[in-house]
Design a protein around this ligand. Structure first.
Ligand SMILES: [Zn+2]
Length: 466
């Protein structure tokens, strides 16, 4: 590693990110605290957020008082916490101002974050410096569990819709990757010949570590297996973004001869959980995320039972998310982890499911690409995109405004989406729009938002190749 890199790294991390590193040190200590001490810290952080929300956020100042979570003098009573209504994406989209803190102008580094969500319901959220100052340490601590070492080369197989639409790499992106010793492979749209190039690249670089979207590395593993090829075995692999089905883990670990560390997170709330070296579920960073798993009637699901995940993000004050219905399903582990860390543990998560779309020329496109090009249209409430065949894509849309006639008033938006679909699936691919009142779940009850009938290989329930 050269001196320029070391100096840039020191300036970027130790000068501009001082608080991030302080929090990292704190979080590192908290992981080993006895349960009662850890719980006391988490409860205090939850009380702080609730007191702030009651004082500064219009929606919550009303709701928190009505439910007696916060009383007239501003005192918080956590015993009433489960009286609070769940925060749905619909509430966020219809009341963004009422959910924004009135001290927004005083908060630093406030930015708007977009999420395609795990259910095909796009939302926009505000996040502040506090969010970043805790998200970075959570990711870093998880990376430490996964054995990442500073200065060791890592390869990232990740989504990059921006790179597909604008292949000119921005300077900032290049700089950040250079600084972090990270080589990026765009796994959003992979041409047939690129799969071989990616493999050769990994074999040449011999990375210590690979970070990848679950579906993308599975796709590469199956390519390697199908062609009887060999791949360099890294120290560890971190998967994220999609659901890590057992058959995906098994195949990737077999082909790469390396352990997978699964990571759970989302654009809305950051890194929620990470697998430790015991590989028995994922630890939740409870001082940052207060997680609840609930039954359909809203009561807590006991360990071992699947339920809906509700997240209270304890680090972001500019737009508090309290009991936010993230759209994933999970179950708590029944016993503490053998590693001894006190962070609670999820046994299993059923998060978003992204299909890989395939074009006639063999290009593989990750479902996230379609989520991104559709979700940016703010008039869409919920969507589902289905690749019926090489020549036909059906798009089902639920509108916010049922009286809107997008074929007349949103012609430019529709044309842009069609153009971007043809860019990856080919010019002869037709796009048909269906404006509907309801998008029904699949027979297994899942709300899938990207479905490819051409290559139904990433979903556990329809995997014909495993
Ligand atoms: Zn553990």
């Amino acid at each position: 590693m050269n001196y320029r890199k070391i100096l840039s790294w020191i300036y970027h991390h130790l000068v501009t990110r001082k608080q991030h590193w302080r929090n990292f040190k704190t979080l590192k200590e908290w992981q080993w605290l006895p349960p009662d001490m850890l719980q006391a810290i988490c409860a205090q952080r939850r009380r702080n957020l609730l007191a702030h929300a009651a004082a500064h956020v219009p929606y919550y100042s009303k709701v928190l008082r009505e439910t007696e979570v916060v009383d007239g003098s501003g005192k918080v009573n956590l015993d009433n916490f489960n009286r609070l209504p769940f925060l749905t994406k619909d509430i966020i989209r219809s009341n963004p101002d009422a959910l924004t803190s009135d001290d927004k102008a005083r908060r630093s580094n406030v930015f708007t974050n977009y999420s395609g969500g795990s259910t095909g319901e796009p939302i926009y959220l505000l996040q502040d410096a506090g969010y970043q100052e805790w998200n970075f340490p959570a990711a870093l601590l998880g990376d430490e569990w996964a054995g990442l070492q500073f200065g060791q080369a890592k390869i990232t197989l990740w989504g990059g819709t921006a790179e597909v639409l604008d292949p000119e790499e921005t300077k900032k992106r290049r700089w950040r990757r250079w600084l972090n010793h990270e080589i990026f492979i765009n796994a959003t749209v992979v041409k047939a010949e690129a799969m071989q190039a990616h493999l050769e690249f990994i074999n040449r670089l011999k990375p210590w570590h690979i970070r990848a979207m679950a579906e993308s590395i599975y796709d590469l593993a199956r390519y390697i297996e199908r062609h009887g090829l060999e791949v360099y075995s890294p120290h560890s692999i971190v998967t994220s973004a999609g659901t890590l089905f057992p058959h995906i883990r098994e195949k990737v670990e077999e082909i790469f001869r390396a352990p997978i560390f699964n990571r759970y997170g989302s654009q809305e709330v950051g890194v929620i959980g990470y697998e430790c070296e015991e590989h028995q579920g994922l630890h939740v960073f409870s001082p940052i995320h207060h997680l609840e798993i609930v039954r359909p009637d809203g009561t807590p699901a006991p360990p071992g039972e699947f339920g809906e995940v509700m997240v209270t993000l304890l680090s972001n004050y500019v737009m508090p998310l309290i009991r936010y219905q993230i759209g994933d399903v999970a179950a708590w582990a029944e016993k503490p982890c053998a590693c001894g860390r006190g962070f609670p543990r999820l046994q299993e998560i059923k998060g978003r499911i992204n299909d890989i779309f395939v074009s006639r020329d063999g290009t593989h496109s990750h479902g996230q690409y379609f989520v991104n090009i559709l979700g940016y249209n703010k008039w869409i409430r919920r969507f589902q995109i289905v690749q019926e065949s090489y020549e036909l894509v059906n798009i089902y849309i639920m509108l916010f405004d049922k009286h809107l006639d997008p074929k007349r008033t949103k012609r430019e938006d529709l044309a842009k989406v069609e153009e971007r679909i043809k860019l990856v699936l080919g010019e002869d691919c037709q796009v048909e729009w269906h404006f509907v009142d309801e998008i029904p779940p699949t027979p297994s009850g899942k709300h899938l938002h990207t479905i490819s009938k051409v290559m139904e290989k990433t979903r556990g329930d329809t995997d014909e190749l495993s």
